[in-house]
Design a protein around this ligand. Structure first.
Ligand SMILES: Nc1ncnc2c1ncn2[C@@H]1O[C@H](COP(=O)(O)OP(=O)(O)OP(=O)(O)O)[C@@H](O)[C@H]1O
Length: 250
């Protein structure tokens, strides 16, 4: 069997300095991988390198058996339309803020060939309900939504096309704790229902604990420790991971 995503010695340098370096892992269908570490440890750089949004300075990333660096631009665009999603930390980066909520969900469907207005609107309404946004807000733009609602809408916009792989960059940071908890529950149930694979970047070990199967701990651009999330968090082996866990528990 082939993993859905495979990173081999992935590195990206900004000029002479590496933002992340020598990162390797396999992600299997239906699996959730958390990338944790303190600010500046290279999490976002790694996520962007994996998603082909930053060039690789070293190493390779395979999606199935294809190297992402070798995919033609048209194939990459098609992947983003139908098989991949990216949930940004700031919902404004992943939404069209002045387009209605229904339009935000309908657009990716239209990009995949949906043409029937009634069906698109029905699918949008169904997804709004799924992410717990009142369906009577379907014609309102996200500028009129709260932070938590915007983030749920961004998730709906990404998941409506049933992608296989979704990248998330700190999707819950900046939200109230109670809003965060519900959003994490939502992410977890959608992952299970849809059989998605997820790479989620977070500085919050609690987020990793709640949603992920496996965790990579990063420091100074390198992976310090990796393994099953429960093992990494309950029995960290490296001094750095022990410190990280201890600092949360204190
Ligand atoms: N555009 C850039 N140009 C130059 N250096 C960068 C750039 N973006 C990030 N870096 C550097 O790369 C390293 C990793 O940064 P990165 O943003 O990936 O960390 P992070 O773990 O995601 O941090 P945070 O949690 O604060 O977002 C840091 O040393 C950072 O200064």
């Amino acid at each position: 069997m082939t993993p859905l995503l495979r990173a081999d010695g992935v590195g990206h340098a900004y000029g002479k300095r590496f933002g992340c370096r020598d990162v390797s892992f396999e992600l299997w269908p239906g699996e959730v991988l958390a990338v944790v570490g303190e600010s500046g440890s290279g999490k976002s750089t790694l996520l962007s390198a994996l998603a082909g949004r930053l060039d690789l300075t070293e190493g390779s990333v395979h999606y199935g058996d294809r190297s992402i660096a070798e995919l033609p631009e048209s194939r990459l665009r098609k992947l983003w339309r139908s098989e991949w999603g990216f949930v940004h930390q700031n919902p404004a980066d992943g939404l069209r803020m002045h387009v209605s909520a229904g339009g935000n969900i309908g657009e990716p469907l239209m990009a995949n060939g949906w043409r029937h207005y009634g069906e698109i609107r029905a699918a949008a309404a169904e997804w709004l309900a799924r992410v717990e946004i009142p369906v009577d807000r379907i014609d309102d733009p996200p500028t009129t939504f709260s932070g938590g609602m915007r983030q749920r809408l961004q998730i709906a916009r990404n998941l409506v096309v049933s992608p296989r792989l979704v990248f998330m960059d700190e999707p819950t940071s900046g939200l109230d704790v109670s809003v965060q908890a519900r959003l994490l529950d939502l992410i977890r149930s959608l992952v299970r229902e849809l059989g998605l694979s997820l790479v989620i970047v977070t500085h919050d070990l609690g987020v990793a604990r709640l949603v992920s199967d496996r965790t990579l701990v990063m420091k100074d651009g390198a992976v310090i420790e990796s393994g099953l999330t429960d093992r990494v968090l309950d029995d960290p082996q490296s001094g750095y991971a022990q410190l990280l866990v201890a600092s949360v528990l204190r």
